[in-house]
Design a protein around this ligand. Sequence first.
Ligand code: FES
Ligand SMILES: [Fe+2]
Length: 455
Amino acid sequence: MVPSAKNGPSRQAIEPVDDFLRSVAPALDRGGLPARVFNDTNIHALELDRVFARNWVFVGHETEIPSPGDFALRHIGEDQFILVRDDSGTLRVLLNNCSHRGSPVCRAERGNTTHFRCPYHSWVYKNSGEWSGAPLKKRAYQTLDAKQWGLQAAPRVETVHGLIFASLNPDVPNLNDYLGGMRWYLDAIFGLNEAGMTVIGEPQRWKVRANWKSAAENFMADAYHVPALHRSGQDVGVFPEIDSAGGAGTSRHLYFDEGHGMILNRGFLPAPMWHKTGFPAEVATTFQLDRLKPDQRDFVESHALTAGTIYPNLGLVRVPASPHPGALPVVFTYLRMWQPCGPDTIINWNWTLGWKTASEKFNEDAYIAALAMHGPGGIFEQDDSVVWTGAPQAGKSAFARKRRMNFNYQLGTEGMSEYEIDSTWKWPGHATTTVMGEAPQRAFYRRWLQDVTTP
Ligand code: FES
Ligand SMILES: [Fe+2]
């Protein structure tokens, strides 16, 4: 049989996955990562089982489903779930497969309902997932134990600043412990006032031929690519001083042993927009910075740009950009989830967030700026979508596997660049002195390797 183009060369020609994974740690120690990790069906299967079904995964924002009965379809790994607020107001994450024969019970992307009725034989479930009834019940299921036949529910659901995470692992550490030091920064990004943030519109979704890890490592730390790949952002006037965003002088990395990471920038907004928090006065005055610890307040008032990844697949970005060429930049905030669809494809999910206390005009400008940069046709997004296709192509290449092709993660290793841990950093996490390095990416892949190699 001719091997399919999608799955790559015949399995017999490839080193067994366990042996291969044992070779990844020494490669990482040398600043390398084998191309194969970016396109391999066996490794992908391990990721679904040991990364996505084991950790906390972002599924949505509370403001998407504010009322009892509100629901939206979401994914954890490649499984589809119904994110729903049940009649009692409790958040549930329910596998969208009927307990009878597995048919999806919910076909609408979002809506409001008291019950889900399966189209196949019409079993009915409450919006809490409990089994509620079936046709001809008295004749067909006289002794059925309803408690056993509800929809399968994610055993753990927790929220932080309105962000909803679910885990399929009943023994996962609580969300705060899982986030580690990252929680401190989430307070400083999302907790600027009690009202908090709200999603603007529905999330955009689009498919990209990429491996999810390329996106995750990019958002958490790849400042190096910004002035190179995204130079057109400056050329057309929507992203001023792109060299500064790329790390010329004011940027640093921040990373955590849990696998999360961020790029921080001390701010490069033009003077009229610079109001400590990076927001215009009409928004900044609605912030209640006394809710924060003094150190967090220091951080908020000194760092406008943040981009990052919460392991495994949630990106967050808070950066300034102009909603229209020539207009003053506005700081927009968005969440990005990389839904894996096989080893070489992702669906990007984008939620732009606005401040509940901000004017409609500010939130609309922020939304337009976010879409113009990172929407499906965004000026940044189009660049990234093209270059990320390369890793899965190399990953399935018979030639690259034979040559044991490694990608280069040596930036910032001994003697390569001016890049070291900043021993004066007084806030949580490991901070670096510049962004001319790849310590967060190496930490991310160490965490990933630990997951995929632990049964
Ligand atoms: S498969 Fe759902 S009722 Fe039969
Ligand atoms: Fe990019």
